[in-house]
Design a protein around this ligand. Structure first.
Ligand SMILES: [Zn+2]
Length: 137
């Protein structure tokens, strides 16, 4: 189950936004206690720089795994500091919600706005120039 989720998400994300330099380590927690041991609070999943992705028991779903793998590639392409502190939120989260094909038609804010803003920007920029343009924001 976890390995199928992992493989499908990786294929999906690499065809959407390009190859990963390194395969991410993904910890699939089957209990809340496992997830809480990472100190991540109320989130459903998290990407810890390039070190690891942690998936809570609530997030064993394709779009959650794809979302976190997109953050992994962002860390590789843009650098963790930029992703964490410099790049605009609409770029980082909007890209993750949009290109993971999150099935929710309306997300809670600010994510809905982030996704809309990213999609408008991405239509102008296109896949070929995605990382170059993202790095300049
Ligand atoms: Zn995210």
């Amino acid at each position: 189950m976890a390995s199928a989720l992992y493989d499908r998400a990786r294929e999906f994300v690499e065809s959407a936004i390009g190859p990963m330099e390194q395969k991410p380590r993904v910890i699939f927690c089957s209990t809340d206690r496992c997830f809480q041991s990472f100190g991540l609070g109320l989130r459903s999943a998290a990407t810890l720089g390039k070190a690891a992705i942690v998936i809570s028991p609530r997030a064993w779903l394709p779009h959650y795994v794809r979302h976190e793998m997109i953050h992994h590639i962002q860390n590789e392409r843009l650098g963790s500091l930029k992703v964490w502190a410099v790049s605009p939120e609409w770029l980082i989260e909007g890209m993750a919600y949009s290109l993971s094909e999150d099935p929710r038609p309306v997300l809670s804010e600010p994510w809905q706005h982030d996704r809309t803003q990213f999609e408008a920007w991405f239509r102008q920029v296109g896949k070929e120039r995605l990382w170059q343009e993202a790095a300049s924001l």
